[in-house]
Design a protein around this ligand. Structure first.
Ligand code: NAD
Ligand code: GLY
Length: 371
């Protein structure tokens, strides 16, 4: 990987190396309109584009224009995390069955992580698994959720609790579509970008320190580079540990604290990336307490999060007790022990259940004003 920005107008291709299930990620401005490539990934002539009512008016038409010669139908769902449900999947399955789409059909997800996760799960289950293409339209989806094959929906008793690993046959990340993304959603995606620098790519972290302003103003070259470098990091981790038996869990830096914040606030007032931002700051604090991260490195982490416009403190309503209660149900927890992803310097991370209770308690008190 190189840390210099390349010509933003040339599309870049990366491959997620998973043997017979390997697939390309194509990144660059205007890629949404390049239907030829997308068509070449389809195993058959039938395709269902799943999108939502916010994204459809913006980007459905250029995508459809590239599907010439394909028997393509469209399902437009309501917008929002509240619709990432089995009921929305049923709407996908209903349409596929009404159209008599067979096992050679493809589900194309056009949207953010909500559409990608639910369309991917619908594809995983339809006739025991059909092809699926990701066309991510948020920064978070382009750098994280569209790559790696985690698909699923929410259950009333837990977020992302119903799902499957189902890799796409290809990902098209058109960086120009991010021009219409609200600033808050952009910052939320940047949290996941910063995460890659912190867990395994110190050079990228330094690049982000130098280029955060360009990234936030959606400079073409900065965006293309940040998406490509993030995807390259994610592709490496997924290739090494597709089913999250080990290193893939480091992608959850900040997420244990973040999920507690999201759950406590009812998944309504805080965006996922915002909660992850505060969670990364909290994980850095614990890492310093463990002697694994220098205080000046933690300060660099917090400064970069702040420059991205991300919160670095949890909401005032959180207490240490509420954090502990919610963190205990994290998917990484084993035998009732909380497992955290922590920094070992900038550019390296570990998953550990070795944090003493009083060390974690001191961090929770610090961040909830009870210290
Ligand atoms: P989202 O899909 O809700 O999109 C955010 C908002 O932006 C929505 O209102 C959407 O309609 C709108 N939008 C999308 N593209 C736009 C564009 N180009 N211009 C203007 N508006 C646009 O949220 P998200 O942050 O993309 O994804 C969050 C979801 O991703 C969560 O459900 C989370 O669980 C999931 N996720 C999955 C993985 C994974 O590995 N599968 C990883 C991280 C997050
Ligand atoms: N977003 C975490 C993962 O894909 O594993």
């Amino acid at each position: 990987m190189t840390a210099s920005m390349h010509d933003a107008h040339t599309p870049h291709r990366l491959d997620v190396q998973l043997g017979s299930r390997s697939y390309p990620i194509v990144i660059g401005p205007g890629q949404l309109r390049q239907g030829e490539l997308l068509r070449s990934w389809l195993p058959g002539r039938q395709a269902l584009v799943v999108t939502n009512e916010t994204v459809a008016p913006l980007y459905l038409e250029p995508l459809q224009a590239g599907l010439e010669g394909i028997d393509a139908d469209t399902l437009v769902l309501p917008d929002g995390e509240a619709h990432k449900t089995v009921a929305s999947c049923e709407r996908v399955w209903d349409r596929l069955l009404e159209r008599r789409f067979d096992r050679s059909c493809t589900v194309i997800a056009l949207g953010g992580g909500v559409v990608g996760d639910l369309a991917g799960f619908a594809a995983a289950a339809y006739q025991r698994g059909v092809a699926f293409v990701q066309v991510p339209t948020t920064l978070l989806a382009q750098v994280d959720s569209s790559v790696g094959g985690k698909t699923g929906v929410n259950h009333p008793l837990g977020k992302n609790m119903i799902g499957a690993f189902h890799q796409p046959v290809g990902v098209v990340a058109d960086t120009r579509v991010l021009d219409t993304l609200p600033a808050r959603e952009m910052a939320a995606g940047v949290a996941e970008v910063i995460k890659y620098g912190l867990i395994r790519d110190a050079e990228f972290f330094a690049w982000l320190e130098d280029n955060m302003d360009a990234l936030l103003r959606r400079d073409s070259a900065a965006l293309a580079f940040a998406v490509e470098r993030s995807c390259a990091n994610k592709a490496d981790v997924v290739a090494a540990d597709e089913r999250e038996q080990g290193v893939r869990a480091t992608l959850n830096l900040g997420h244990t604290f973040g999920h507690a914040i999201e759950t406590a606030t009812g998944y309504s007032s805080w965006l996922h990336g915002e909660a992850v931002g505060a969670g990364i700051a909290m994980a850095a604090h614990v890492s310093v307490a463990m002697g694994w991260l220098a205080a000046h490195e933690r300060d660099r982490v917090v400064r970069l999060l702040e420059r991205a416009g991300l919160p670095v403190m949890p909401p005032a309503s959180m207490t240490p007790e509420r954090f502990l209660e919610l963190m205990a149900v994290d998917k990484k927890a084993r035998d009732g022990r909380i497992r955290l992803v922590l920094q070992q310097g900038i550019g390296s991370a570990v998953v550990t259940d070795a944090v003493p209770a009083d060390t974690l308690g001191a961090t929770l008190r610090h961040f909830t004003g009870e210290a």
